[in-house]
Design a protein around this ligand. Structure first.
Ligand code: ADP
Ligand code: MG
Length: 505
């Protein structure tokens, strides 16, 4: 193997936090001029590795080589000096300042009020043109979209002479068209000889943009390959450490009963329209996905449907009958399950045990309570069964919900809702914060419940999730449903454009 074109090599790199090994003897090679994906589930050690490469963390053992020589950084500034730059997931920009001022922040020449604003602007324009970034240096950052702000962060690294640019989960904050634009920029950077590290847990994105990928699991490097020699299924297996069954969806046959129908629903906060004229229905055995960028009315819609928010106008029908007095308890009694977005505030009672949480909605039924006292053993048995069935990772079903990781808390909520045998499930971001394995389980489970007739309203900002599971997809944009299409009609492009408000009058 020709070693001269490695830009970065790590040799037995170790990083510990106390006794916990976050990076476990990593040998990773990144070639000059490639887009290299670093894949791994939450907690796999991706950010820790990148923080060592960019000088934020110092390794405990091992060596870091840059362009064929061992190197040590004591700070990000030192890393920057040799040409390593990082674009963090959360941007570090000051909205009230212009692009040029932000680029100059923290630089000596930028501190003078007389720094050559015009020259800096010209430099930025030149960089912007070379790399197809299309950013106006004199604009205030507050006037820029998220995608443009991200490009300002890229310009900051390029302005400081970066040759090696690390992007930590850059697509997490972007709409699908913005992701396409970012990929164009990354390809431009590659054409100009820059090396990019693209951190992600989204396999389709890695497939679309990476030349090579390295997979981390629990701090270890578990594989590295050219993207053309591997595929998303194999990468998912490496990330999780076992097979992930592919989702198989049987075609939906439309002749069954209508479970839920929403007509002309509007929700207002004083004079502000949060939801306007929403119309859709959900049938038995059907999954209807609500796609959209976060903050376009998803929360309001789920809350309105559950009776947690009053309607300004319109009506909701359950099983063909208009509901007169909408409130959460009534909806539960009518067979509507609900996975709320914020599982801490609305979802679980964290100090209580897993078992107590599981029966929280049915404590009045005879099965668990007799003369007002909960029957501990029955609860524990039910809880233990759910822990096994839903693969809730906990030493005991008697542990408190607060001791579980976020993904496992979400499984408790799902178990609790499904134990009630609902006919309708309103699921808001059901896999947020879950790793690939747990999310895969939840998806499988939703599909098998759909097979037995459950109607699911899947409200999610993860377009992949909505597209993979839904029989029909509605797109929510600025409080309106701007499109409803069937699974067959739905393309990423079409849905993505609607999510971004493109082509909507
Ligand atoms: P990823 O970016 O792949 O999600 P991280 O590199 O952020 O993963 O974290 C890897 C592991 O190291 C996690 O279990 C995390 O809790 C732990 N970790 C990361 N940073 C610290 C720290 N500063 N102190 C203690 N533990 C940490
Ligand atoms: Mg991370």
């Amino acid at each position: 193997m020709n070693c001269s074109n490695w830009i970065i090599q790590t040799k037995g790199l170790v990083k510990r936090f106390g006794s916990f090994v976050a990076s476990d003897h990593l040998d990773i090679n990144i070639r000059q001029g490639e887009i290299h994906g670093i894949l791994g589930e939450n907690g796999a050690g991706k950010s820790t590795l990148m923080n060592m490469l960019s000088g934020l963390l110092t390794p405990d053992e091992g060596e870091l080589w840059y362009k064929g020589k061992p190197i040590q950084f004591r700070s990000p500034r030192k890393a920057m000096e040799v040409g390593i730059g990082m674009v963090h997931q959360h941007f570090m920009l000051i909205p009230a300042l212009t692009v040029a001022e932000n680029v100059m922040l923290g630089r000596k020449e930028g501190r003078s009020p007389w720094f050559h604003f015009r020259k800096v602007c010209r430099d930025i324009e030149r960089i912007s043109e070379t790399f197809g970034l299309d950013v106006d240096p004199s604009k205030k950052v507050s006037a820029l979209s998220i995608g443009q702000q991200q490009r300002v962060e890229i310009i900051k690294t390029l302005y400081r002479g970066a040759e090696f640019i690390i992007m930590d989960e850059p697509t997490a904050v972007l709409t699908p068209p913005e992701v396409e634009d970012l990929f164009l920029v990354l390809r431009h950077l590659r054409e100009q000889g820059k090396t990019i590290v693209f951190i992600s847990h989204k396999l389709q994105e890695a497939k679309a943009i990476c030349d090579r990928v390295t997979v981390l699991r629990a701090g270890k490097m578990v594989g590295s390959a050219r993207m053309s020699d591997t595929n998303p299924a194999e990468l998912a297996r490496l990330m999780v450490g076992r097979d992930i069954a592919p989702l198989t969806i049987r075609p939906y046959s439309r002749k069954r009963g209508r479970l839920l129908e929403v007509r002309n629903l509007s929700v207002r906060d004083k004079s502000i329209h949060l939801l306007s004229d929403i119309n859709f229905y959900l049938e038995e055995g059907e999954i209807v996905g609500i796609a959209g960028v976060d903050g376009n009315g998803q929360r309001e819609l789920s809350e309105a449907l559950m009776g947690l928010r009053s309607l300004a106008s319109g009506e909701i029908q359950l099983y063909g009958k208009t509901i007169r007095q909408l409130h959460p308890r009534y909806m539960t009694e009518q067979g509507v399950g609900y996975i709320p977005e914020d599982r801490h505030r609305e979802g679980l009672m964290l100090p209580m045990s897993i078992g107590e949480n599981l029966i929280a909605k049915q404590y009045k039924t005879a099965l668990f309570s007799r003369y007002g006292t909960l029957i501990r053993r029955t609860i524990l048995e039910a809880a233990t069964k759910a822990v096994i069935e839903f693969d809730i990772r906990t030493p005991s079903a008697e542990n408190s919900a607060g001791q579980l990781s976020g993904g496992n808390q979400q499984k408790v909520i799902l178990a609790r809702e499904l134990m009630l045998d609902p006919q309708i499930l309103i699921a808001m971001q059901p896999t947020r914060g879950m790793d690939v394995g747990a999310a895969g389980y939840v998806h499988q489970r939703m599909l098998s419940e759909r097979e037995r007739g459950l109607g699911i309203l899947l409200i999610s900002t993860e377009l992949e999730e909505v597209m993979a599971l839904s029989d029909r997809i509605a797109v929510l944009y600025k409080g309106r449903i701007v499109e409803i299409v069937s699974r067959e009609e739905a393309t990423r492009k079409r849905i993505g454009q609607c999510m971004a408000g493109i082509g909507i009058s």
